[in-house]
Design a protein around this ligand. Sequence first.
Ligand SMILES: [Zn+2]
Length: 69
Amino acid sequence: MECPKCGLKLRREAKFCDQCGTKVIKPEEVIDLSPILLKLLEGLGTGLKFLGGTIQEWAGSSREKKKDE
Ligand SMILES: [Zn+2]
């Protein structure tokens, strides 16, 4: 693999470039991010569902109040 900044050839296990000190992100580490992204998206979907439910509850309770009047 090569340094993304200066192009120096690096050892496979290298975490930092010997020449410019740039942190080297291994392809495996990039792939490891996808489950985190999926969880974030999942959490966002759950949050939107919760928000939708809250709005429906609010709309329902305001409708009930009008019935009482
Ligand atoms: Zn470098």
